[in-house]
Ligand binder design. Sequence first.
Ligand SMILES: [Zn+2]
Length: 137
Amino acid sequence: MSSSSDSYLAVWKRQCWKCQNQITVVMDITEWRGPHATHSGMWKQGASLESVKRFVQGSNIQFRKTSDVPEGYFANICTRCDSVQGDWFLNEDLTQFTYEAVPKDFSVLQLRKGAVVKTFNNIPELEKYRFGNGKSK
Ligand SMILES: [Zn+2]
C-alpha cells in the first residue's frame, strides 16, 4: 500500500523545445496535485537525485539558474543542446497526460527506501492508488 514516505517520479519522453531532440525528462510529482496545479521546487523533497540516475536511463538533471528562477533549481537539461526544459512546459505535459488513458512513453515510478516498488502507466491509475476512488476527498 501507499506510504507517506514514498516518492513518485514521473518519467516521459519529449522533444527539446529548442533543438527538437527527443529527450527523457523526470519530475518528482510526490507533491503534485493534479492538472493546472502550481508545482515548483521539484527536488526539494522526495526522491534523491541518486535514485533518478539509478532508475531513469537517459535523464539529465542539473542545478541551473534561469531568468525565471534566479536562485536556481534542479532542472531537466537537453543532452544535445544543453537547454533547460522549463517546469512550466513539463507541467503542461503532465496535464496532457492526465487526460490520456495510455500516454506514450510515460510512466510513474513509486520509490520507497531507494527502490522501485511499483510502476504506473498513466495518471488516473496513480491517483486511484494514492488517493482512493475520490469519495473520501
Ligand atoms: Zn535541445
